[in-house]
Design a protein around this ligand. Sequence first.
Ligand code: ATR
Length: 275
Amino acid sequence: MTTREPRIDAKTGAYAIIGRPVRHSLSPVMHNAAFGKTGINAVYLAFETEDVKGACSAMRALGIKGYSVTIPNKERIIHEIDEPDASVRRIGACNTVKNANGRLLGTNTDWLGAVKALEKKMAISGKSAVVLGAGGSARAVVFGLKEKGVHVTICNRTLKKAQMLAREFDCDAAELSKAEALYAEILVNTTSVGMGELKDKSPVSKKGVLNYQLVMDIVYSPLETLLLRYAKEAGKMVINGLEMLLYQACAQFEYWTDVQAPEKTMREALQNAID
Ligand code: ATR
């Protein structure tokens, strides 16, 4: 990896992630590697805070140039910024803030991350997709898929939530268990099934994944969820959760700096941090 040594001086720009918890965030290694590679004089830190009002005041007062925003601040920060863009308003969550001479602009790059990860494997426009889950992550994924002209069916344990989201984004809705029997080119898991206490579970069975060609899980711990293992064993294309994480970070970097994100460097930094 060829990155320059960070040289912190009076002109160094400051960026940070704000959320709780953030101590295990992989964003600092990616963005600092990107600043190093592009020669941009900036540093990226992690601030563990839920005080979005204070964080926005600090941004204005200190000239902090950008924030990545994570749980639990993505929704609340919308009320503190000056200009939420269309993606923020529609998804109802803001994961990126840019300080434009004191005006705080907000966008959402999660959907871009999901779409880019999928598009690296397949041209998705006009295809069909089943999205598992109807929470905050599903909203960003569904928004992205609809932006790209994908026909989406949302499957969720709580059917009512799937129906509400489907109505909002003009999709179909079904219970989570129905995903076994649906057919689509793309399957995206946004539920927590496959991580933590549910790491030995898959939201779709080994037989069920046969109905899909490309399977993406936004969970990245573990890197290979049981769902992805089933898909891989069935010879399907798979995308793990690091891809969405990487591409949403690349989009953030570009939003802040107007410089093309050094994707390879950021991927290496992410991979090193995981290793
Ligand atoms: P996120 O912001 O990561 O999307 P969230 O908004 O809390 O988190 O949404 C979690 C999603 O995972 C929901 O779709 C939830 O289903 P319900 O709406 O029925 O709660 C889903 N989920 C969580 N635990 C689950 C489980 N054990 N089985 C199936 N789905 C589960």
